[in-house]
Design a protein around this ligand. Structure first.
Ligand code: PEP
Ligand code: MG
Length: 748
């Protein structure tokens, strides 16, 4: 009689556990396991197929099929019923296997006399290891109970990685996760790095798979789930008025944590003999297998949530926190699903690179990684399931590639590339104290962008003449409470101290759009980039902006102060902001604080409207800084965060350059200082074009200063300017091809 009951299932698991704990040769143990399963299920055949490489499976042990076919019979992923189980990552159950579409008969096995077939995947946390199959002569369908029982057995088998030795080197089973893997993502911060994987949330290791006392395990699960529910409720209470999205994620967690279906499946697994943690992992594995096949992004996110929840539950059950006692490698490359800006700041510059499964180009973590100048690749599928702590990893931030456990040829090619870049860096370092003076004699001022105290050490080493953009919001984003005025004073003082005699252009808070402070209530906006952000918030709800202005005045403490307001769209917005600053200066004076020796007030030109503001605006501002990232997105109506469109329009598009020339002319007319501080200023060819049309001050990432300076010193800006004019006359779309040609003629 075939095995049907939970008691049978438990007995079977215990027999398997006992078998697995013996020290006889691996093949012998695997053979015994197939015999035990066949016996216990009352079927003639039980076979184990394992992956030899990601595409091929091999029959590795069998009870019932011809022994000579073991290690001979192979099939490709998707081939035959066994291949179908592996590809779909779900059971295939049929009373009449030969009649099934895709059936492939393998004569060497002698399987033609068996009619019924049940195959279940052997998988562990989304990694496919192989397929477990039972077959019988009797043409019958297997019951749900039997399928379930076999899945539980496959789960236990999946954990027997030490048995892998018998299939030989190089197979995923013998050395799970150990094959070289190339993963492709999206560049969020350029740069290359070599190092070892450091998982932000390391995987929980389960040692105890089979239970001796189901009741006790059920009680453990119940206790852990209760604890989990309390902790989620706590998070929800703490989240309070935080942003809506955060609330929604927690609500989903809560829903899962209270899901009867999830609980019931895990309880069933335990009744069948799994330990509580093995039951959680079995559900997690199933969810991960489903993740790969679900096309709907929303559903995939929910499955991710379930995965996170399972991890939390596993930590409660095993008592393993994020701290596993593992030592951080010497060259840590952080691998995570996602990471908050605060957490990333805590790691700081220790990290060589960061690789995220999720993330967004404009997320806070990205902003922090940029500020720390750490290469960052985001949207790398499967990285957290593929990578293990300590794995060798190469991050090619320029191409958006991650080489996990690369083979030697890849590693040496990568090292050559890094060495060439290091050489170039040396050359740039030798230019550090030389001016960015073009061959025509025009001098361009190169400044750096910063946002953290940690950026300031780059000021002398980069050769920047000033901090052309200090993004003050990072200090607000990287914490979970609103900073106090005294915190801001201390921070800005340190920044000015570190900059010594060099100027720092403080950009007032640019929150909203992608930069959301978790502790500030915000309306839900359909299009936040064009919504209530930056100076708009500062003018409507002036509390925080006023506090910031006061802090800047106090931090200057008698030194010169340069302030610029973000996203000014009209003259009146600038006037109101300017008046606010003047009022704060007067107030500080009344309070007896030392006033700055000199105050410069500027506007960031990030909307096309400001280019056409009245002349009185250009006369009133001390300087204008073009926020090219925003200006370009509004000029072309192409969201800078949206992967589908963000690279669609070239900065050297003639329409855009012609528009920038309008700004240059207007500033020239009013003798207003003009600077450009978007990311494009750091791209040498783009920088050359900007200099060529008359923008004589560029602010960029510190690492870009060397390459930009090197190119400017080799070029003649009159020639660049003439070249752009010719492209305009000819009606070409972009000046890039002509500029590239020009650059290729320049001598090194
Ligand atoms: C810009 O928009 O170009 C800019 C410099 O500001 P941010 O990238 O912080 O919006
Ligand atoms: Mg901007």
């Amino acid at each position: 009689m075939p095995h049907r009951t939970e008691t049978d299932s438990r007995k079977l698991l215990r027999r398997l556990r006992d078998e697995m704990s013996l020290s006889n040769p691996a093949q012998e143990r695997l053979d015994r396991i197939t015999t035990i399963i066949a016996e216990s299920m009352g079927v003639e055949v039980c076979s184990i197929y394992l992956f030899r490489d990601p595409e091929t499976m091999e029959l590795c042990a069998t009870e019932g099929l011809r022994p000579e076919s073991v290690h001979l019979t192979r099939m490709r992923l998707g081939e035959g019923l066994v291949g179908k189980v592996a590809r779909l990552a779900r059971p295939v159950n049929t009373a009449n296997a030969p009649a099934e579409p895709g059936f492939r008969y393998m004569p060497e096995t002698g399987e033609e006399i068996y009619t019924s077939f049940l195959g279940v995947p052997i998988q562990r946390l989304g990694e496919r290891l192989g397929v477990l199959v039972v077959q019988a002569k009797e043409p019958r369908l297997y019951s749900d109970d039997e399928i379930y029982g076999l899945e539980v057995v496959a789960m236990v088998l999946a954990e027997m990685t030490e048995l892998g030795a018998f299939v030989g080197e190089g197979t995923s089973f013998a050395t799970p996760h150990k094959h070289p893997t190339l993963l492709r993502g999206v560049t969020a911060q350029e740069g290359e790095a070599e190092g070892e994987v450091w998982l932000h949330e390391p995987r929980v290791v389960i040692t105890n798979l089979v239970n001796d006392d189901s009741q006790a395990e059920l009680a453990r699960l119940e206790g852990a789930v209760a604890q989990l529910r309390v902790s989620i409720d706590q998070l929800l209470t703490n989240a309070g008025s935080r942003d809506k999205e955060h609330q929604e994620v927690l609500q989903t967690y809560r829903m899962f944590a209270h899901s009867r279906g999830w609980m019931k499946r895990m309880e069933e697994d335990i009744r069948r003999g799994l330990s509580a943690e093995a039951a959680v992992e079995k559900e997690q594995s199933a969810a991960r297998a489903r993740l790969e096949t679900v096309p709907d992004a929303y559903l995939r996110d929910r499955l991710h949530d379930l995965d996170d929840l399972s991890n939390r539950l596993l930590r409660i059950l095993t008592g393993q926190g994020s701290e596993t006692g593992a030592e951080m490698p010497e060259r840590p490359i952080l691998v995570a699903r996602n990471i908050g800006p605060g957490e990333l700041l805590e790691y700081g510059r220790k990290l060589r690179a960061v690789v995220l499964e999720e993330g967004a180009v404009g997320s806070h973590a990205t902003i922090v990684a940029r500020a720390l100048a750490i290469p960052l690749i985001i949207n790398v599928p499967r990285i957290t399931t593929e990578a293990l702590n300590g794995d060798h990893i190469l991050v090619d931030g320029t191409e958006g590639l991650v080489h996990l456990r690369p083979d030697d040829s890849i590693t040496s090619a990568f090292r050559d590339k890094m060495a060439m870049q290091a050489k170039a860096q040396e050359r740039y370092a030798s230019l550090r104290d030389k001016p960015a003076q073009a061959r025509c004699g025009t001098r361009i001022t190169l400044k750096m962008n910063a946002g953290l105290m940690a950026d300031l050490p780059s000021l002398p080493s980069s050769g920047a003449e000033a901090v052309g953009l200090f993004r003050t919001e990072l200090q607000f984003l990287a914490r979970d409470r609103m900073p106090k005025r005294s915190d801001l004073v201390a921070n800005y003082t340190r920044v000015l101290d570190a900059a010594k005699e060099k100027k720092v252009y403080f950009r007032t808070l640019d929150i909203g759009s992608d930069k959301v402070m978790p502790y500030m209530k915000r309306p839900d906006e359909p299009n936040p980039a064009m919504g209530w952000r930056a100076l708009r918030v500062g003018l409507d709800k002036p509390g925080v902006l006023r506090m910031q202005l006061q802090a800047l005045i106090r931090a200057a403490n008698g030194r010169a102060l340069s302030v610029m307001f973000p996203l000014v769209a009209t003259e009146s917005e600038f006037t109101r902001a300017h008046d606010m600053l003047m009022r704060e200066i007067a107030r500080e004076q009344r309070l007896g604080h030392i006033l700055p020796a000199k105050v410069e007030v500027g506007a960031m030109l990030e909307t096309p409207s400001l280019a056409y503001a009245p002349k009185s605006f250009f006369d009133a501002v001390d300087f204008i800084s073009i926020g090219g990232n925003d200006l370009k997105q509004f000029f072309f109506a192409a969201d800078r965060e949206n992967e589908l469109v963000r690279r669609r329009y070239d900065t050297l598009n003639v329409a855009f350059l012609t528009f920038l020339q309008v700004i240059v002319d207007r500033c020239h007319e009013s003798q207003t200082a003009l600077s450009f501080c978007g990311e494009d200023a750091g791209r040498p060819i783009d920088a050359l074009a900007l200099a060529g049309i008359g923008i004589s001050s560029l602010s960029m990432r510190p690492a870009s200063i060397g390459p930009v300076k090197s190119l400017i010193r080799r070029a003649n800006l009159n020639e660049v300017s003439e070249l752009i004019a010719r492209v305009q006359v000819r009606g070409l779309e972009s000046a890039r091809p002509a500029l590239m040609d020009y650059v290729s003629t320049l001598v090194d």
